[in-house]
Design a protein around this ligand. Structure first.
Ligand code: DX5
Ligand code: ZN
Length: 217
């Protein structure tokens, strides 16, 4: 079954602990944690201290997505904050290979993210040391945007490369995932779907996650 990772970016910031504690009951597979630095993207969200605070409220893996410049600077801080996955943007790092190695060395799963305009070829030579590849289906920086379907072939390509070369990474899609677009992402080969608005603004988040789980037949 496809994994669903609700994004806390769409949750009530004044009640993060309580919301996080519900995610498991809702059937979530992991918690997606969006870090923005006001430079790589214009918005500022939260950082390692918030990650550490919510760690106490769930046993689910915390999937940290850092939309920041100088991602290598934050590896130890997120490790100490209890992150399970740490995913940074290839566009923000001239030394992606070294950063991936350092994340693994720190004991986390190492992920690399691609903006909509960034081709798979940008990460082709580091795929052997990736635990996760995040294909952005919106421009990073905000929740509630529309799904960019033109990026779907990147998911297909990553799946084909994984098969051909025996790689082990999970393929994650993030941005504009709802009941309808979850089917497109799953059909292209995504393993993990991040969803912010569709889950948190749903009348029944549990039901919404259950529907998304069915995206992969
Ligand atoms: C966007 C974030 C996403 C966002 C998804 O910069 O990386 O994780 O929270 O939100 P929705 O599902 O509302 O597009
Ligand atoms: Zn994200």
């Amino acid at each position: 079954m496809i994994k669903i990772a609700p994004s806390l970016l769409s949750a009530d910031f004044a009640n993060m602990g309580e919301t996080t504690s519900r995610l498991s009951d809702w059937g979530s597979d992991m918690v997606h944690f969006d870090v923005m630095d006001g430079t790589f993207v214009p918005a500022i969200t939260f950082g390692p201290a918030m990650c550490k605070a919510i760690r106490a409220y769930t046993k689910l893996p915390i999937d940290v997505h850092i939309m920041v410049e100088h991602p290598e600077t934050y590896i130890e801080q997120f490790k100490d904050a209890g992150a399970d996955y740490l995913t940074f943007h290839v566009e923000a790092d001239r030394h992606a290979h070294r950063t991936l190695q350092a994340i693994r060395k720190a004991g986390m799963k190492a992920g690399i993210a691609l903006n909509p305009a960034t081709p798979v070829e940008m990460v082709e030579y580091v795929l052997s040391i990736c635990d996760l590849v995040l294909v952005m289906s919106v421009n990073p920086g905000a929740g509630g945007q529309s799904f960019i379907k033109e990026v779907l072939p990147k998911v297909e390509k990553l799946k084909a490369l994984r098969e051909k070369n025996g790689y082990n990474y999970e393929i994650e899609m993030d941005g504009g995932i709802n009941e309808a677009t979850s089917k497109l992402a799953a059909a292209s080969g995504a393993d993990i779907l991040v969803s912010g608005n569709a889950v948190f603004k749903a009348d029944d988040p549990k039901e919404m996650i259950a529907k998304m789980h069915l995206a992969k037949k």
